[in-house]
Write a protein that binds this ligand. Structure first.
Ligand SMILES: Cc1cc2nc3c(=O)[nH]c(=O)nc-3n(C[C@H](O)[C@H](O)[C@H](O)COP(=O)(O)O)c2cc1C
Length: 360
């Protein structure tokens, strides 16, 4: 039987183990989320890549597969964020996770309804802000983490956030084993949250050929690129990413349009949709046209890889930790070995304490 570690996170959410599976677009669906929650961790559905109707169906399916608490990750800037929050409240979802800081009134609404609010943040000042707005806990993601990420490593970002706020802090970015969990708890964190490690589990629906692509990578085989979608995005260093990284402004645009044409067929995306999404993004962010074309394509390129198993799609979000992972366990096996090993390491550390050496 898996030993237990009680932390402010397990108490806050009512879970057995301080291990969170994060909301990963196209990856964190009902299968992965229910397997994590059934194993005593906290599974989080990724809703940024789902329509409202798909999210409704995913919540229903997850509830049919687990009676344990689970969460939903929402983009706070989504046009229908308000409706999605109402859905979470109606469906009594245990945890609302946010990729970007949610507004104060949204936090208050969720908390009034008994939903635990856990935004993901990448800097201490953001943690202070959401804590002052009433967030129950934060997930802090260091630069080694997969997907959109910041420049500061977990080893420094985590203590800076722990020093800044009094609410439970969950450490993310680079975790995969019991050593990491024991270390995070030693820092003062309330648990760990993992993306890439959970992508590489049996219940993750990512096609096997793509999982093999991740497993084959070494520690240096990811890159943080601004050229994928205009924001720092940690991805596998594929031929496409390499080409984007080494193209100038205009060659970049040419390459992006050529890619758009190639990937349009792969993803079924219409030119009108690419242009419409691109115009919206150009208005919201200061992007070059080549970034706009790539950004409009990125969600569909991720989908082509992570859902359809197209290993040539070229955009695969991944943490550096992919370079150290070499197996695909079930979620239950994974959580069991992480917690069992963390407990053994904590005991071994406690045994280091002895009385002063009195030898002459
Ligand atoms: C394939 C993939 C997709 C991701 N999609 C999202 C997302 O949709 N929303 C989000 O908040 N974070 C997303 N992330 C970031 C993760 O939620 C998590 O913070 C990160 O993976 C932690 O670092 P790790 O990969 O080292 O465990 C994604 C990460 C990966 C690897």
């Amino acid at each position: 039987m898996t030993p237990t570690l009680r932390t402010p996170l397990t108490e806050l959410v009512g879970i057995d183990h301080p291990v969170v599976q994060t909301g990963m677009g196209w990856v964190a669906g009902p299968s992965l989320v229910s397997a994590t929650s059934n194993a005593g961790g906290l599974g989080i559905l990724a809703s940024a890549t789902m329509t409202y109707a798909e999210l409704e169906a995913a919540i229903a399916k997850t509830k049919a597969q687990t009676a344990k608490p689970f969460g939903v990750n929402i983009r706070a800037d989504a046009t229908d964020a308000g409706e999605r929050i109402d859905l979470l409240i109606r469906e009594k979802v245990a945890v609302a996770s946010f990729a970007l800081a949610p507004k104060k009134d949204l936090i208050a609404k969720l908390k009034d309804a008994g939903v635990v609010v856990v935004p993901s943040i990448g800097a201490a000042k953001h943690a202070v802000k959401v804590a002052s707005w009433g967030a129950d806990a934060v997930i802090v993601q260091g630069g080694e983490g997969g997907g959109h990420t910041g420049p500061v490593a977990t080893t420094l970002l985590l203590p800076s956030v722990l020093d800044a706020v009094d609410i439970p802090v969950v450490a993310a970015g680079g975790f995969f084993d019991g050593r990491g969990l024991a270390a995070a708890l030693s820092y003062g964190a309330a648990g760990v949250a993992m993306g890439t490690r959970f992508l590489l589990t049996r219940e993750s629906t990512v096609p096997d050929a793509v999982k093999q692509e991740y497993l084959a990578r070494h520690l240096q085989d990811t890159v943080v690129s601004l050229k994928v979608d205009g924001m720092p995005h940690r991805v596998l260093n594929t031929e496409l990413v390499d080409r984007l990284e080494h193209s100038g402004r205009w060659r970049g645009l040419g390459a992006a349009i050529a890619n758009a044409a190639r990937f349009k067929n792969m993803t079924g995306m219409k030119w009108s949709t690419i242009v419409r999404d691109g115009l919206t993004m150009r208005k919201q962010k200061d992007l070059t046209w080549s970034q706009v074309v790539m950004a409009a394509n990125t969600p569909m390129l991720l989908r082509a890889g992570l859902v359809e198993g197209n290993t040539k799609a070229g955009v695969l979000a991944a943490g550096q930790v992919t370079g150290i992972i070499d197996d695909v366990p079930s979620c239950a096996e994974l959580i069991d070995r992480i917690v069992t090993d963390a407990v053994a390491r904590i005991d071994a550390l406690a045994a280091l304490r002895g009385s002063a050496n009195t030898a002459p």
